[in-house]
Design a protein around this ligand. Structure first.
Ligand SMILES: [Zn+2]
Length: 256
């Protein structure tokens, strides 16, 4: 039986017995796949190699219903993110989006590359809201939904004095056209530049910019609403962090 070698990231692990696991990989070559890892819980090398947030070289062969793990070498592990609840929640959010976006093999390879750079940015201590929002916006471009940002998407005016983001028209609109589109929200120059930066950059530059807190909140709201409407799905993992910060605030644990 032919062996398949591919690099991939473990995005899910499920224990199926005292010894076995089933893992989900997003890979460079064969898209998103489910892999049966027999004995992975008993063998320490396989146990680490099949841990969620591990990036490795995997050797697989194709079984009747899924792939079967034949070997793995760890290339990088982002599992340390699990020591920080906030960063780990952002990583889980990005993985959920990446999993949903992993359609054909070619798109999945690009999603994997973006996700690895995003996880690396999280690991290096970059602002997690900025990393996840930039990741989301770039992912929409990879998936074929790049917002139109070079002119007003409705009237094609290039010289925009005030910029709005229209979710139903998928891009920037001018003030006049914003009046006709109830879902258009105002965008500051700083936020508009951040969106342009992300769309025009390649990895790892996608994550190399800074934003004021106000612009970051606006950039994040646009990215999150844009993906929720295009994918027709509510992503709720980050809501958990908001709930925790509110509880912490009411308990007097928030100094800010
Ligand atoms: Zn217009």
């Amino acid at each position: 039986m032919a062996l398949i070698r591919t690099k991939g990231l473990v995005i899910r692990e499920v224990n199926v017995s005292d010894a076995d696991k089933i893992i989900t990989l997003i890979t460079e070559d064969i898209g998103k796949v489910s892999v049966s890892a027999r004995g992975a819980r008993k063998n320490s090398r396989y146990s680490y190699g099949t841990q969620v947030l591990t990036y490795g070289q995997f050797i697989l062969f194709k079984g009747r219903s899924n792939y079967i793990l034949n070997g793995c070498d760890i290339l990088a592990s982002f599992y340390d993110l699990a020591n920080d609840l906030e960063r780990f929640t952002y990583a889980a959010h990005m993985i959920e989006i990446a999993s949903d976006a992993s359609s054909d093999d070619q798109t999945t390879a690009r999603v994997l590359n973006l996700l690895l750079h995003g996880l690396n940015a999280l690991n290096k201590g970059r602002e997690p809201l900025l990393v996840s929002s930039a990741f989301t916006m770039k992912l929409m471009q990879i998936c074929g939904y790049p917002p139109h940002v070079t002119s007003c998407v409705s009237c094609h005016e290039k010289d925009l004095e005030s910029i709005y983001f229209c979710f139903s028209r998928c891009g920037f609109v001018c003030e006049n056209c914003a009046r006709a589109n109830k879902d258009a929200v105002p965008v500051t120059i700083g936020t508009a530049k951040a969106i342009l930066h992300v769309l025009c950059s390649d990895n790892p530059g996608v994550f190399s910019f800074n934003l004021s807190p106000g612009n970051l909140e606006s950039f994040s709201n646009i990215a999150n609403r844009y993906i929720a409407e295009r994918f027709d799905k509510k992503y709720g993992k980050l809501d958990y962090l908001k709930e925790i910060s509110q509880v912490s605030y009411y308990l007097g644990g928030n100094d800010s």
